[in-house]
Design a protein around this ligand. Structure first.
Ligand code: NAD
Length: 539
């Protein structure tokens, strides 16, 4: 029988072989410093059928070291043919992988965890080079993803079905089955953690994956892909593709991709959620944020100051759970000078320098935008208590995207530093008189990712947790991201979808229920003399 023309075309496309390449890092050899200005950029491969392959694209994007703005790597816009190959590989691998026993998939997950742990410094080194965060923070990026992989090893419990003898000799069991190919679209700020928010669960539940890392920081995902293959997943189970809108649109539109996990900004997330949902796909989309930390006068001052400074300026404020608004209640406005002093003491510099606390922003555009928001906010009435805009690095770092910790007081809705997610080391301060007012300020914000309260009062904490709308609440914990036995529960404008990332919700998102009802009669079967056409009433 003749195959339809489109199928023949796909067969021809998938038979084309791309040349294989090696990653420049290994478990024991990885970036520990910035690249020499004379070094030529390395090529970021794609990952198809367990092979690292070189794209034949004519369109390549530069990847810059944010600390120097030197071009260190090139990443392709995957060609339509390569996207087809990657999705086709994941689609073909699905029935094979789905039929691996759960215990075999669990064994591979254990091995994957071990490999991630062995390669933690390597992945962190590549993150520092491409993303800019400090090495210690980059290790945290890997660790928080590794913890999801560890939790995924519990799949033999998490995937247990339900069964009941519902009538005499009749049993119903409910199981959860994988969906098929899952597309993942990732942001720049957590190059390892975000791909690992979904990949381990995608794998243990029997799905296959097509991942698009951020085109700004693809290196960590490539190492993760190499480790997945070493852990023993069959060919095709994981594909990694690259690029911008064309790749995203292919992931949204291709009918072989059944669900999409997205983490990133509001604009892309809304587009992907709406378009994917309209095409009948499941989509979970974690979006932007504006996280408040409220401090009451009975709080431990030192604990509060250290917490707010770490949470506002760590990772140069480029965390979706970074504290970007401090709400001082009553006389705690007097503690702002301590916050400014502690922030001023932070060392801004290269992520490879173990003394650095704050690395660069991701690109010059992010730096320019931050400068504009700070300047506009001052024009709108905010007071600049600490100005990081004048920071200039030394030598090669003078070209980096550095912004020192910046603090603006007297902010409120209508002032840009309060209204917009800046995604930079900028802290906006609001002062109110009561806890009720503070709760109102937080709840009026469109976002609902995280919030923190610092206090020694149990009743105040109780009232806060009951009345606050944000989805992740910390009491004396500034960045309350739950460990992966729970889920990441941002809400309101910070999330689109019904089921959150990882934890039980993550497994539910990646699987669908199937019920099987079985009758094995122990009575004499010959008693049934004629067919029954009425609804069964068997008891
Ligand atoms: P981004 O939205 O610019 O990019 C995310 C991904 O979407 C990238 O892979 C990118 O290639 C793609 N993309 C970008 N613009 C697109 C468009 N118009 N159409 C289709 N695809 C597009 O986000 P980013 O700058 O990489 O990451 C920072 C943002 O991510 C911040 O807003 C931050 O709050 C958010 N974030 C949220 C969470 C969370 O859990 N809520 C976690 C991390 C980051």
């Amino acid at each position: 029988m003749l195959r339809p023309a489109t199928t023949r075309m796909a067969m021809r496309q998938t038979s084309r072989l791309l040349s294989t390449v090696k990653l420049t890092s290994t478990t024991n050899s990885y970036p520990t410093g910035h690249v020499d200005a004379s070094a030529s950029p390395y090529i970021t491969p794609s990952f198809i059928n367990n092979k690292l392959v070189k794209s034949e694209s004519k369109t390549w994007y530069d990847i810059h070291d944010p600390a120097t703005n030197q071009v260190i790597s090139k990443v392709p816009q995957s060609t339509p043919e390569e996207l087809e190959q990657a999705i086709d590989a994941a689609h073909r691998a699905f029935p094979v992988w789905k039929n691996y026993s759960v215990i075999k998939r669990q064994g591979i997950a254990f091995k994957f965890v071990q490999l991630l742990r062995e390669n933690m410094d390597r992945i962190a080194g590549v993150i520092v080079l491409e993303q800019g965060k400090t090495f210690a923070d980059a290790k945290g990026d890997v660790l928080r993803g590794l913890q999801v992989a560890e939790a995924a090893c519990n799949v033999t419990n998490d995937l247990k079905g339900q069964t009941l003898e519902v009538a005499k000799d009749m049993e119903t069991k409910m199981i959860r089955e994988p969906l098929g190919v899952i597309g993942s679209i990732c942001p720049f700020n957590f190059p390892a953690m975000v791909p690992l928010w979904s990949l381990p669960l995608v794998l243990v539940t029997g799905n296959t994956a097509v991942i698009k890392p951020s085109e700004r920081v693809p290196g960590a995902a490539m190492i993760i892909a190499e480790l997945v293959a070493q852990a023993g997943v069959p060919e095709g189970v994981v594909s990694i593709v690259h690029g911008k809108h064309d790749t995203v649109n292919k992931i949204i539109e291709d009918p072989r991709i059944k669900a999409i996990t997205f983490v990133g900004g509001d604009k892309a997330g809304k587009y992907i959620y709406e378009k994917g949902s309209a095409l009948g796909k499941r989509v979970q989309a974690n979006l932007g944020a504006k996280n408040h930390l409220v401090v009451l006068p009975d709080a431990d001052k030192n604990q509060f100051v250290n917490a707010v400074v770490g949470a506002a300026f760590g990772a140069a404020g480029q965390r979706c759970m970074a504290i970007s608004v401090l709400v001082t209640v009553g006389k705690t406005k007097e503690w702002v000078s301590d916050v400014v002093a502690a922030a001023r003491d932070l060392k801004v510099g290269s992520g490879f320098d173990s003394k650095s606390d704050v690395g660069p922003l991701i690109n010059p555009e992010a730096l320019t935008r931050s400068h504009e928001i700070i300047a506009d906010s001052v024009k709108q009435g905010a007071e600049l208590l600490l100005d990081g805009t004048k920071f200039v690095g030394e030598g090669a770092f003078s070209k980096g995207n550095f912004l020192g910790p910046t603090i603006l007081s007297g902010t409120k809705p209508g002032i840009r530093a309060y209204d917009e997610e800046i995604f930079a080391p900028v802290l906006a301060i609001v002062n109110v008189e009561t806890l009720e007012e503070a709760i109102q300020v937080v709840n009026s914000n469109k976002y609902g990712n995280g919030v923190a309260l610092f206090t020694k009062s149990g009743p105040a904490a109780q009232a806060f947790t009951k009345n606050i709308e944000a989805g992740q609440v910390g009491i004396n914990v500034p960045i309350p991201v739950p460990l992966p036995m729970f889920s990441f529960t941002g809400n309101k404008g910070s999330f689109l979808g019904d089921l959150n990332f990882y934890g039980q919700a993550g497994i539910t998102f990646l699987t669908q229920p199937k019920t099987i009802t079985t009758l094995w009669k122990t009575d004499n079967v010959e008693e049934e003399l004629r067919p029954s056409t009425s609804m069964p009433t068997q008891q």
